[in-house]
Design a protein around this ligand. Structure first.
Ligand code: CO
Length: 216
């Protein structure tokens, strides 16, 4: 039986950490010393905070390979300095080649936005998702509750990709001929499988043609 102090200080997590770090060092003794010199990730992941959707694990990549931003329901708000700073640093300093917006089916944030229940402060955040529902009202005609939830999870990803593409950061990168692709993915927590919703968007022309208006 563990002592109360061990439980309070999360000793088991430190033990798990040692096991993990030692395992990696056994496979590659230089892993951490190499990684400590610099990070050079090729991907920026914008995903949901949900504990079941951990970026690195889903695509089976080690530390150092993905720059990550997560919030409830993977929302990219035009004026969110946190998210915009992450995108700017990823694009202009780390020079990532891909930005992935990854939503997931069964998202609690999306469900709450659909249900229109009262949840306090978070309802202000969920307002962005209610907007997506309103912008796409036609796409929900004739759908039952489960289908509506799946559909909004997908349409929310598309809307947030639209917002990523419309940032001054991505627009400037494309204008300067930087190779930068934006992806819209959705993940199934039921089977662990990813799905690409709208292909990769790599230029302003592609964005205007494929996603700016039409994906509805
Ligand atoms: Co979620």
């Amino acid at each position: 039986m563990r002592s109360k102090q061990a439980l309070d200080t999360l000793k088991d997590l430190f033990e798990r950490n040692l096991t993990w770090a030692n395992g990696i060092k056994q496979e590659d003794p230089d892993f951490f010393s190499n990684l400590s010199q610099q990070q050079a990730p090729e991907y920026l992941w914008i995903g949901c905070s949900d504990s079941r959707v951990p970026a690195n694990q889903i695509v089976n990549l080690p530390p150092g390979d993905i720059f990550v931003h997560r919030n409830i329901a993977n929302v990219v708000v035009h004026s969110d300095l946190n998210c915009l700073s992450v995108i700017q640093y990823a694009v202009e300093v780390l020079k990532v080649k891909h930005i992935i917006v990854c939503g997931h089916y069964g998202c609690g944030g999306i469900k709450a936005a659909l249900e229109n229940s009262e949840n306090g402060l978070i309802d202000n955040w969920l307002g962005h998702i209610k907007d997506v529902r309103r912008f796409n009202a036609k796409a929900f005609e004739g759908l039952d509750e489960k289908q509506s939830l799946d559909r909004l999870c997908e349409l929310n990803v598309i809307e947030q990709v639209r917002n990523v593409c419309n940032t001054t950061i991505v627009q400037k990168a494309w204008k300067n001929g930087v190779k930068l692709n934006v992806h819209s993915w959705v993940y199934s927590i039921k089977n662990g499988i990813l799905k690409d919703l709208a292909g990769s968007i790599g230029s302003k022309e592609e964005f205007n043609k494929r996603i700016a208006e039409d994906y509805r």
